[in-house]
Design a protein around this ligand. Structure first.
Ligand code: 13P
Length: 391
């Protein structure tokens, strides 16, 4: 009987990546001398088709559309559309089937429900994405819950059964994954919350790689708070140091991950707004100090910034070469004007898809450091920050 597809894929990758035996190692098939230690297990394989590199390609970023049913409901509610499975499917179909989207978008993060849905043409959403040259990804965390004995901090659930779920998602066509944990500057952050965030991300990343999925590592540092940008720099530096320590301890292969950081900005309630050049300077300083160049891509979240702000900041970060691909993985900053244009009406579908293309193209230009904000609408400049936002 042939081996199941996942086992076949893993052994293929192992064979491709296996280094030639060192002279001191016993040759394959030879008998180990009695009492010799078993050879160390190879570290986690990375996929030969390397989705992380296909996504981290010039002018491309990620469309994050992995809102849980509750959060998607809030979005639909804002335009008077009922939160039903049919309406979520219709909205997601509008996004995924936007003609030409693959020119600017290399990957789309889906919620589990969307990974298993099909569009009105009968094609699965996975096939629709693949046809556009967009790699399907999947949110695998199970959301945030309050952390005991903390100052209102939270921890991220979802490690139980994760390996089995990843294997199923891979079979369904997902090739990368996302896990979002948060760090709340306004609430401390406490050392235990920071450590839990980093450790959870590292365990998740190792499990994903073992199952052939490229993990996006996302410790979101929330915008909430009155702090200045130097405080954010300090906490972000501490968070990423902890995250990389845990990733290394779990033998996660850095070449096979993508990062999803928050930009380094002042707190949303600080009353300070800084120029994109300043935000870019702080953010890149932090990343250069903490992120090894082996990591292929940095895909920022928008975190409540306006569509234009997040594009301008990304553009500022791409004015000089970086050791990694510096790009976007926005949800709110790609979808806001789409939703407002759509209003749940079939006759607005084309205009809504055009709105998505405007944002995707603008962020693609920003990835190349060539964005020009002169033609932007007033809508795009409107902020989307919400205190205590949950995803
Ligand atoms: P935002 O760009 O709305 O902050 O979304 C972030 C996110 O984690 C989605 O995957």
């Amino acid at each position: 009987r042939p081996a199941p597809p996942r086992a076949r894929a893993i052994s293929l990758v192992r064979a491709l990546l296996a280094p030639p035996p060192l002279p001191s190692e016993p040759r394959p098939g030879s008998r180990a001398s009695p009492g010799a230690l078993a050879p160390p297990q190879r570290l986690t394989p990375i996929l030969p088709c390397a989705p992380q590199n296909a996504i981290a390609t010039a002018g491309k970023g990620i469309l994050a559309m992995d809102e849980s049913n509750g959060t998607c409901g809030k979005r639909l509610d804002s335009i008077g559309v009922e939160n039903t499975e049919a309406n979520r499917r219709e909205y997601r179909e509008l996004l995924l089937s936007t003609p030409g989207l693959g020119e600017y978008i290399g990957g789309a993060i889906l919620f589990e429900e969307t990974l298993y849905q099909s569009g009105s043409d009968g094609a699965t959403f996975v096939d629709t994405l693949n046809k556009q040259g967009i790699i399907p990804g999947i949110k695998v965390d199970k959301g945030l819950v309050p952390m005991s004995n903390s100052n209102g901090e939270s921890w991220c659930q979802g490690l139980d059964g994760l390996s089995e779920r990843c294997a199923e998602y891979y079979k369904q066509g997902a090739r990368f994954a996302k896990w979002r944990s948060v760090v709340n500057i306004a609430a401390g952050p406490s050392d235990k919350a920071l450590f839990d965030c980093a450790y959870g991300l590292a365990r998740y990343a190792a499990i994903c790689q073992e199952n052939g999925l490229v993990p996006i590592v996302e410790p979101e540092i929330l915008l909430d708070g009155e702090h200045d940008i130097d405080t954010t720099l300090e906490i972000a530096s501490k968070t990423w140091a902890q995250v990389f320590k845990c990733l290394a301890d779990q033998d996660v292969m850095f070449e096979g991950i993508l990062l999803k950081p928050s930009m380094v900005t002042p707190g949303a309630d600080s009353g300070t707004k800084l120029a994109p050049e300043v935000i870019a300077d702080y953010t890149l300083k932090m990343l250069n100090r903490r992120v090894p160049p082996a990591v292929p891509g940095i895909m920022f979240l928008s975190g409540g910034q306006s569509e234009m702000e997040s594009t301008l900041n990304l553009n500022a970060m791409n004015q000089t070469p970086n050791p990694w691909h510096v790009s976007f993985s926005y949800a709110r900053a790609l979808q806001n004007s789409v939703l407002k244009t759509w209003q749940g009406l079939e006759e607005n579908k084309k205009a809504a898809q055009d709105a998505l293309m405007v944002r995707a193209k603008a962020n693609s230009a920003a990835q190349l450091g060539k964005y020009d904000a002169s033609g932007e609408s007033a809508e795009a400049a409107q902020g989307m920050y919400e205190k205590g936002y949950t995803y």
